[in-house]
Design a protein around this ligand. Structure first.
Ligand code: SF4
Length: 386
């Protein structure tokens, strides 16, 4: 594949060849579902659990894994800061079919413990694991366990010499982002060399910055030189809206060039919203087909139906349905059915009644008063027919 991308040195458009990445497989052991990453596999969606693992939370978390899978999540990562967390992650991996990833820093024994069980992938930064022998031990155990390893580098954990190169500049300098992106690629390249030397190829690389420009630059550069699948993410992307904007900009620019095998939308928000946001970005970028598409109006002075309340009550359930349909939620009977003409099912209302329409044609009108549960009952009856 050939793509036009920005070169590092001169920031002018250059033609760089983007190779197709190698295909790696994770999971497939015990209960864990198998997942392909890279090659021609669909771009997968990841999120990261936002609380520590505790013995009492395992049943709850395993149920949440099922719900996240229904929303479109393919992989979930967990922080593993100590041996108790490693033990708990191994137990959790036997309670869910979701491929789980252990996020490990500093102590390679935590990775070894996770690889004793059905943990599908380890995320490490070899630079902070210590000696090459420790990295080798992890690699050998991952090889035996058919597990993959993600090499994660980010702007906050660059090796000292690369950090020095970046810190010699002011963030206001024009070339600051370019130099920092180059440093990310060089840090990743050094880590990749360690795995190459050990003959281990089930590797995914992530290079994360909180700037869209740096995220795009480093991933373009890396993808032009390596056939390793990349995990895309903008780190510390921010709260819901700002984070989605940054992730959308970065991912869409990279997807347009065929770059990106797996993604995480990092948000200061819930895991569900990370997954829903990733799914929406992938869908709008043509990377994921099927499922329910919700279209809803913003409301205005004409509205006679509680669009916002209905969407917040129904979003999770609709997105979990295994139906390739469009659902329209519109605020008024004047414009709603017409504007939602393309929808397989739509709802609107005025006063104490609601209307259900299909492809713009009204199929049901019900007086429900102001009771949202009556609205939900009528909608559910009609949804079941679609
Ligand atoms: S569908 Fe009706 S309520 Fe919603 S934005 Fe359009 S005109 Fe306003």
């Amino acid at each position: 594949m050939v793509a036009v991308i920005h070169g590092f040195a001169d920031n002018i458009l250059t033609m760089i060849s983007i190779p197709t990445t190698r295909l790696i497989t994770i999971g497939g052991k015990g209960k864990t579902r198998e997942l392909k990453i890279g090659g021609n596999a669909p771009v997968s969606i990841q999120t990261m659990w936002k609380a520590p693992l505790t013995p009492d939370s395992l049943v709850y978390i395993s149920k949440q894994m099922t719900e996240l899978a229904m929303l479109g999540c393919d992989v979930v990562r967990f922080a593993v800061p100590d041996m108790e967390s490693a033990d708990l992650l191994v137990r959790l991996a036997d309670m869910t079919d979701m491929p789980l990833v252990a996020d490990i820093h500093f102590d390679h024994r935590l990775a070894l413990r996770c690889l004793d069980g059905n943990v599908a992938k380890i995320r490490i930064n070899p630079g902070n694991i210590g000696s090459k022998d420790k990295v080798r031990e992890v690699v050998e155990r991952a090889r035996d366990a058919n597990a993959a390893i993600r090499i994660g580098v980010n702007t906050g954990s660059l090796p000292a010499d690369l950090r020095g190169r970046v810190e010699a500049l002011s963030p206001r300098d024009e070339e600051f982002e370019t130099i920092r992106a180059e440093a990310l690629v060089e840090a990743a390249e050094r880590e990749v060399a360690v795995f190459d030397e050990l003959g281990f190829s089930s590797v995914v690389v992530s290079m994360k910055a909180s700037s869209v420009t740096e995220t795009v630059l480093c991933n373009e550069q890396f993808a032009s030189r390596f056939d390793i699948p990349v995990h895309l993410g903008v780190t510390e992307a921010g709260p819901l809206i700002g984070g989605i904007v940054k992730s959308t900009l970065a991912f869409s620019r990279l997807f347009a060039q065929g770059i990106g095998s797996t993604v995480r939308v990092s948000l200061s928000d819930t895991v569900e919203n990370e997954v829903v946001a990733a799914r929406a970005i992938l869908s709008e970028c043509g990377q994921r087909k099927g499922g329910v598409t919700i279209v809803s109006c913003p409301r205005c002075g004409r509205d006679g139906f509680d669009v916002h309340g209905f969407v917040s009550r129904w979003q999770k359930e609709l997105l979990s349905l295994n139906k390739a349909i469009t659902v329209a939620v519109m605020g008024c009977v004047v414009n709603g059915p017409g504007e939602g003409k393309h929808a397989d099912i739509g709802i609107t209302g005025a006063g104490d009644y609601i209307l259900i329409f299909r492809h713009g044609e009204i199929v049901r009108k019900e007086s429900i008063g102001s009771d949202p549960s009556a609205t939900d009952r009528v909608f559910r009856e009609e949804l079941d027919k679609v």
